[in-house]
Design a protein around this ligand. Structure first.
Ligand code: FDA
Length: 320
């Protein structure tokens, strides 16, 4: 059985074309295909969505969309937006979740949006900017988790997280199961208090560094999951795939992990009924919610994961 999605690399490669980007970013954020995955363009849109999710028994992790900035001013503007976002999220009511004491609001952040790709001192600038966000988040009882981007950034991103975890032990990181290195990273990062969000991985990566077949990626995910669930940290099981979701439940039962010691995570707009089912069963469920006008990269990654979404996208493009 061939288990490679042939459209995935094609969509991810096409997405890098500036012409396509110009054409597609003309689609309004209100178009159904964008709205399905993105909470809206403004913080006001986002706060409305976050409030609804919290009232439904789910937790949230909010991403202010943007990545790969090569402009210092833009990185600073991103920091300013995150600081306002943390303020607004901290002001939301937090409905009680039985048996779950972790902060129900979190922000997710890409270091490339905080300046990691700047030509001079990028990683140091991104680290400093992340420190500013974490300081504010600690005062507001809001968690922060650092997203994983393409493999060329993995080492620098994990170095930043390691550096700041001394000051902010609750700072989370994302690991991508498709990378060959990740099982080792999981072993190193499964210690007490370590918060790791395990996902499959969404970028176009070469075979030298990443598994290419869906079955290999799922197998790697399961191996990594076992390391994290048997470890002493706080695993965040970020997947919509029923196989890892069931495996996490089994591992939690085996190792006596209650709902306050790991959580399921899914993306806004994907498998909503499953999110609600898990939350109703008493599990901790967090929804990753993006907002902002820079939705192009995020949306093309969602399309590449499920080519059936492409038809919706093309319809939106034709009718724009
Ligand atoms: P898989 O792709 O096998 O999907 C399983 C099922 O889920 C599909 O059959 C379908 O039903 C549904 N589904 C999945 N994707 C869908 C879509 N786009 N549209 C509609 N249905 C869909 N990646 C990364 O590289 N860096 C990161 O920092 C993050 N962060 C992150 C946070 C969270 C909370 C999640 C859930 C995911 C990420 N990802 C990510 C994305 C991740 O790497 C991966 O690309 C997607 O989650 C899809 O993989 P699944 O594990 O869901 O399995």
């Amino acid at each position: 059985m061939i288990d490679v999605n042939p459209l995935r690399p094609l969509i991810l490669a096409a997405a890098e074309s500036p012409r396509l980007k110009r054409a597609l970013t003309g689609i309004p954020v209100t178009a159904d295909i964008v709205r399905r995955f993105v909470a809206g363009e403004t913080r006001i849109d986002l706060i409305g969505v976050a409030r609804t999710l919290l009232n439904s028994g789910r937790m949230v992790s909010v991403d202010f969309l943007g990545e790969n900035t090569t402009d210092r001013n833009q990185a600073d503007a991103t920091v300013a937006e995150y600081l306002s976002l943390i303020n607004d999220l901290a002001a939301l009511d937090r409905p009680a979740l039985p048996g779950i004491a972790v902060p129900p609001v979190e922000v997710s952040v890409k270091l490339s949006a905080l300046g990691q790709a700047l030509p001079v001192d990028g990683p140091a600038i991104a680290t400093e900017n992340l420190r500013i966000l974490c300081t504010k988040a600690a005062q507001a009882d809001v968690w922060v988790t650092v997203d994983a981007e393409d493999h060329t950034t993995t080492a620098a991103t994990l170095a930043t997280v390691r550096e700041l975890r001394g000051e902010f032990p609750w700072l989370g990181a994302v690991l991508q199961a498709y990378l060959h290195r990740t099982e080792t990273d999981c072993r190193e990062l499964a210690g007490p208090g370590s918060r790791i969000r395990l996902c499959k991985g969404a970028y176009r990566e070469p075979p030298e560094v990443a598994f290419q077949r869906a079955s290999e990626v799922t197998d790697s995910y399961l191996r990594c999951l076992e390391v994290l669930m048997r470890g002493e940290g706080y695993p965040m099981v970020a997947s919509h795939d029923p196989v890892p979701i069931a495996a996490a439940a089994d591992l939690a039962a085996e190792s006596g992990r209650g709902p306050d010691r790991f959580e399921y995570q899914m993306l806004y707009g994907i498998r909503d009924a499953e999110q609600l089912r898990l939350a109703a069963a008493g599990s901790a469920v967090r929804v990753y919610v993006p907002y902002g006008s820079q939705w192009y990269g995020y949306l093309t990654r969602r399309l590449a994961e499920r080519p059936a979404n492409l038809a919706f996208f093309l319809r939106a493009l034709v009718s724009k």
